[in-house]
Design a protein around this ligand. Structure first.
Ligand code: FE2
Ligand code: FE2
Length: 264
């Protein structure tokens, strides 16, 4: 877990990073929107547990949280959800129905605190409207990214993620080449279906984000990126045509293990 910082005066980032052997680092971000009704977006990784709760408490008293918005039910987003719902008894859980039902197979999700959202649905959190958006790339059918109409920030779930050479607090701190390469590779690896769709259909999904024109992209897996939406969408236009990414195989794992043992 890294030190929390402000992306904007009313948006805090609870950052962590996950080392990807042989490739670099993947940011794993959760966010606090200090709205009139404060919102936590995603709940970090279970491995960070105590540290995540401390980071959250350094930004907001969990008793003040009114909403926990879950972008999808992958483990790097749900890691501390159960703990947070206990620490934040006033908070409702905004999530996609299937995410809640799937999590209910592992632990008793308090259904009376749940608020089901489909893409296009919104919640009003006092000083702004948060709208559920299906991002152009998603690795899980329960994905509801968030557009905040006050900050004009797009909390894009896994979309716009990138494995980068070292952790950073801003996408501006990553070289353009590393950013483009890392984002294109992550897009292909995390969303293999992107190579099976008609590029023109994918382009329409990108146009929907162009219409929203977010000022800042707040991805779960990238440092905050201000003023880069156009550039990122142009990069995404190329992804369906690119060579599909190939995940490391056993030979690669053995090489990584040998390096870790200092044999190389
Ligand atoms: Fe995911
Ligand atoms: Fe993720």
């Amino acid at each position: 877990m890294d030190k929390p910082y402000q992306a904007m005066p009313d948006i805090a980032i609870l950052p962590s990073h996950f080392p990807v052997p042989g490739a670099g680092f993947l940011a794993v971000n959760a966010f606090v929107i200090k709205a009139k009704e404060p919102v936590l977006i995603d709940t970090g990784m279970g491995i960070d547990s105590e540290e995540f709760m401390k980071a959250l408490e350094s930004v907001i008293d969990p008793l003040d949280l009114k909403w926990v918005w879950l972008t999808h039910d992958d483990a790097d987003h749900t890691g501390n959800l159960q703990k947070i719902l206990e620490a934040a008894p006033s908070a409702r859980l905004a999530a996609y129905s299937l995410a809640v039902l799937r999590m209910s197979t592992a632990w008793p999700v308090p259904m009376d605190r749940v608020y089901w959202l489909n893409p296009g649905d919104s919640i009003n959190v006092g000083d702004r409207k948060l709208t559920a958006v299906r991002p152009p790339l998603f690795d899980n059918p329960t994905t509801i990214a968030v557009f905040d109409d006050k900050s004009e920030g797009f909390f894009s779930a896994d979309c716009f993620g990138a494995i980068i050479p070292s952790p950073a607090q801003s996408a501006d701190d990553v070289s353009e080449g590393d950013l483009a390469q890392g984002m294109a590779e992550w897009a292909s690896l995390d969303n293999p279906w992107v190579h099976m769709v008609k590029p023109s259909d994918f382009s329409q999904a990108l146009d929907r984000i162009r219409q929203i024109t977010p000022k800042i992209i707040l991805s779960g897996h990238l440092p905050p990126a201000t003023g880069k939406t156009k550039q990122f969408l142009e990069l995404f236009e190329t992804v369906p045509h690119s060579t599909p990414a190939i995940a490391p195989n056993q030979a690669a794992l053995e090489q990584i293990l040998a390096q870790m043992r200092g044999e190389d």
